[in-house]
Design a protein around this ligand. Structure first.
Ligand SMILES: [Fe+2]
Length: 460
């Protein structure tokens, strides 16, 4: 006993004092750590940088962090001279920064900065982009096209790696997505797993141009331009990358070199012949003067793969509506190439025109402008005349391969294999290639623009 306090009570008192003291020390330490961490901790990057809405003079760089932070990009012509900067206001986790007044056809390096002199990412030889050349300037161009890619399974990785081995050391100049980009439901987590975690090394260097598929539309709405797809991408609604303004990210167009690309929404926008999308498409086609016109969307007009374009109930008639209502507009506007997915196979036509019915109505006499497989003898086209022939490609097996009841009579090639599609252009020459997941070229064709002699005037 001490000072009248029983021994057992003293033990409790001492213990209590000791605990209180320890708690105070612990709390003080935690507070110090918190203050220190607040001063120095960097947000973690949870979605690596990707490039959007590229034009000869502008580009958008996007990334995501786990905590709200500044959105600041430093950029320049060498890694040691990132002497320009661009920012967006506020502290955010979803970072969208527009770089403007860029030089055309120029390589820029960039870094992502979260505070003065605190670089989160980049500032090295791996983080760069190349701006597109000026409108109309022909440039050797490679486009990588991925249909129905985002399964995050072994097949998707095989297709990716086969292409990267095929294209090395060069990079593609742009990437197109043909819809159903992120399985199974187009959620944010699906997109992270199926797109952003699969292609980060390419997406930090090459602009990505997506289209909307039925799986993406499960968590997106074209009418309100809301949902995961619309949140994830920054697409040109005002014609700022070429073409006529569409007023919506659901469908849009842009230019690259001497090519004009038209993205359509075959899933969730009005597909009627005089709907907003169709009328915009007419204006856009009438306006462009580019050598090549390539359109891409999700639902194929001619397929006998994992979907059947003859069946009006398949995909709630979207394939039939695109064929009947939209193909006549594309062909009247001189479209050269139409790319679609949805069917998890590879199929493609020769140079065809004006086939808008079911497969039984396809006529080699009426609908084939130039037959053959286009390998030894290229498909010849004179400029961009109306109804001068279009090649239709289904390439929907970048994430999985299915089977089919081949062939659709319009198609000259039908392959039930996983793979991706590649476009290479050189001025007046366009080459298409289907590369499978083993790195084998399973199809190739060429379209050549030629100056055929004009028909002689009838003698008077
Ligand atoms: Fe689909």
């Amino acid at each position: 006993m001490a000072d009248g306090v029983p021994e057992n009570k003293l033990f409790v008192l001492k213990t209590s004092c000791s605990i209180n003291m320890n708690l105070r020390i612990l709390l003080a330490s935690l507070l110090a750590c918190l203050v220190l961490n607040t001063a120095t901790a960097a947000p973690a990057i949870t979605r690596l940088p990707y490039l959007q809405s590229a034009s000869p003079t502008q580009i958008v760089i996007r990334w995501r962090t786990d905590e709200a932070s500044l959105s600041l990009v430093r950029y320049g012509l060498t890694t040691t001279a990132l002497n320009k900067s661009a920012t967006s206001s506020g502290k955010l986790t979803e970072h969208i920064v527009l770089l403007e007044k860029l030089l055309p056809d120029t390589k820029y390096f960039y870094s992502i900065v979260i505070a003065t002199n605190q670089v989160l990412l980049g500032g090295d030889s791996k983080h760069f982009f190349v701006t597109p050349p000026l409108l109309g300037n022909a440039k050797s161009t490679r486009v990588w096209i991925l249909g129905d890619a985002g399964t995050y399974n072994t097949q998707q990785l095989m297709v990716r790696d086969a292409f990267l081995a095929y294209t090395a050391p060069r990079l593609p100049d742009l990437i197109l997505l043909l819809g159903d980009n992120a399985y199974p439901n187009g959620t944010d987590a699906n997109y992270q797993a199926g797109i952003f975690n699969i292609y980060p090394d390419t997406l930090r260097n090459v602009p990505l141009w997506p289209s909307l598929g039925n799986h993406d539309a499960r968590h997106a709405n074209s009418g309100t331009q809301s949902g995961v797809y619309f949140d994830a991408f920054t697409l040109p609604t005002l014609g700022q990358c070429g073409g006529v303004m569409s007023g919506t990210e659901a469908y849009y167009s842009f230019d690259y070199a001497n090519m004009h690309f038209i993205c359509l929404d075959s899933d969730d926008s009005d597909r009627s012949p005089h709907g907003l999308m169709a009328e915009w498409l007419r204006r856009d086609l009438a306006t462009t003067k580019q050598t090549w016109v390539v359109s891409y969307f999700h639902h194929p007009p001619y397929t006998k793969g994992t979907h059947d374009s003859d069946n009006p109930k398949d995909s709630e008639g979207r394939m039939v509506e695109m064929r009947e209502n939209i193909l006549p507009i594309l062909e009247a506007g001189g479209a050269d190439l139409v790319l679609t997915g949805h069917s998890h196979v590879y199929e493609r036509t020769s140079l065809v025109d004006s086939h808008y019915g079911n497969s039984a109505s396809f006529s080699a006499t009426r609908n084939v402008v130039q037959g053959g497989d286009g390998r030894v003898d290229p498909y010849l086209k004179r400029g961009r005349q109306a109804h001068s022939g279009t090649v239709y490609v289904v390439s929907g097996s970048a994430g999985r391969a299915g089977t089919g009841k081949f062939p659709h009579p319009a198609n000259v090639v039908s392959i039930a294999e996983m793979g991706s599609f590649i476009i290479d252009t050189q001025a007046q020459r366009l080459m298409g290639t289907f590369l499978n997941g083993k790195g084998q070229v399973r199809d190739s064709f060429t379209i050549q623009k030629v100056s055929l002699p004009t028909p002689a005037e009838p003698s008077k």
